[in-house]
Design a protein around this ligand. Structure first.
Ligand SMILES: *Cc1c(COP(=O)(O)O)cnc(C)c1O
Length: 423
């Protein structure tokens, strides 16, 4: 039986047997006891399913993995310590020294640093493209060492929306794994596997948990990329000597997820904690309801701000004149989420004055949880930059990033109204 998304939100990932707890218990244990050596050996050899050490798998983490994998329509999930560690494990499962990644430049700042600064130190280079570039221009970045194409559904913070079909066609033509960071859309608003992605990454610290309670990440394997015989991926087609000669491309399913967990999670250990998995699993119960409300609230706020005389510009794909409106209607017909950015008429001082006048909406570095929050990059994350440098970085000094929560929209708008009246 296949269920709809809102049903999977509350029922997915965990099926108690008779007499077991209705929601997943927090299995707060590093290890699991067995009464035969053979039983444990079978687990180590991946011949049997089960748990032996929480760095590799844990029942509470498995419940959250199952729920997100079902929501995305994938074959396996891997819970990670954070969104950043999920992206790191993705890169290391596919790439080694000498390889390269072809990535959208419109991605989360932390991911940009990982790709542009840290991975090059290990011999993995990234070639960036603008998501608005033509397919021909993006293809020029690919060579026989390209192991990964990477995008973000809704880019944080530039709010650009990716054209999946354009990117997936390039990945398919060259036989390259296409991974998408679906954090700000969530599987409620967009399902990238349906548009050709092969792996999905999440920072579950954002909407999946939704309450700003638990840091976490998730990797979902779409099960739709066959590594068998693909010359680009020798590490999937040659025996893994660190795993008794296992050839991942010979596995009938979840080739990517098995290598990622058995090899990379084993060696890097960036696993999600059972406590955080429990909180995130619970948060997902209301994901469908929350995304509906985040999207409708943000659309109302965007419409309000776009007609306000003290506002210079507003970016939200719900606005008919937004550059990404058509892509949003195609890929995210049920809403574009709660993230928007806008520019206040005036300079950096005016923007700061506005921010400080807000009463309900708080200043935070976080985004995408139930409470509305704002960030002014020019006076916080980007404060070392000059006005010219800010402009070049695509972060004008009057830019305010607003993550619209699920409060009553009238209260959110009233708070913006009174703060705008003070500048
Ligand atoms: C926050 C974020 C990340 C990083 O996730 P953490 O859980 O903070 O490590 C990655 N991608 C996107 C789109 C994000 O918003």
């Amino acid at each position: 039986m296949s269920y709809k998304q809102d049903t999977i939100c509350v029922q997915g990932g965990y099926n108690p047997k008779t007499g077991e707890s209705r929601i997943p218990p927090i299995v707060q244990s590093t290890t699991f006891a067995y009464d035969s050596t053979q039983a444990m050996a079978d687990l180590f050899d991946l011949k049997a399913d089960g748990y032996f050490y929480t760095r590799l798998a844990n029942p509470t983490v498995a419940a959250f993995e199952g729920k997100v994998a079902a929501l995305e329509g994938g074959v396996a999930g891997i819970g990670c310590a954070s969104g950043m560690s999920a992206t790191m494990l993705l890169a290391f499962t596919l790439c080694g020294a000498g390889d390269n990644i072809v990535s959208s430049a419109a991605i989360y700042g932390g991911t940009f640093n990982l790709f542009a600064v840290t991975l090059p130190k290990l011999g993995i280079q990234t070639r960036f493209f603008d998501p608005d570039d033509s397919a021909e221009d993006i293809e020029k970045l690919i060579d026989d060492k390209t192991k990964l194409i990477f995008t973000e559904t809704v880019a944080n913070p530039s709010i650009k929306i990716i054209d999946f079909e354009k990117i997936a066609a390039i990945a398919k033509k060259h036989g390259i794994v296409y991974a998408d960071d679906n954090t700000l859309a969530t599987p409620i608003l967009c399902r990238p596997f349906e548009w050709g992605a092969n792996v999905i990454i999440h920072s579950s610290s954002k909407y999946l948990d939704g309450h700003a309670a638990a840091l976490g990440g998730m990797i979902v394997d779409g099960g739709n990329f066959n590594f068998k015989g693909n010359k680009r991926y020798a590490s999937f087609n040659e025996p893994d000597e660190s795993y008794h000669g296992l050839v991942y491309a010979d596995l009938p399913a979840a080739q990517f997820a098995t290598k990622c967990r058995a090899q990379m999670m084993r060696d890097m250990g960036a696993i999600m904690s059972p406590q955080n998995a429990f909180l995130s699993w619970l948060g997902c119960d209301t994901l469908a309801l929350r995304m509906e409300r985040h999207s409708s609230n943000a659309a109302k706020v965007a419409a309000y701000l776009s007609q306000h005389p003290k506002i210079d510009w507003v970016l939200h794909a719900s606005l008919p004149d937004n550059k990404y409106h058509a892509l949003a209607q195609k890929y995210m017909p049920n809403g574009t989420g709660g993230m928007l950015s806008f520019g206040i008429k005036g300079d950096v001082k005016q923007a700061a004055k506005f921010m400080e006048a807000l009463q309900l909406i708080t200043q935070e570095t976080h985004v995408a949880d139930v409470r509305s929050c704002v960030l002014h990059p020019a006076s916080t994350t980007h404060r070392q930059l000059t006005p010219e440098e800010l402009k070049a970085a695509g972060v004008p000094e009057n830019l305010v990033r607003l993550s619209v929560g699920i409060e009553n929209p009238d209260d959110i708008i009233a708070d913006l109204e009174q703060a705008l009246a003070k500048i």
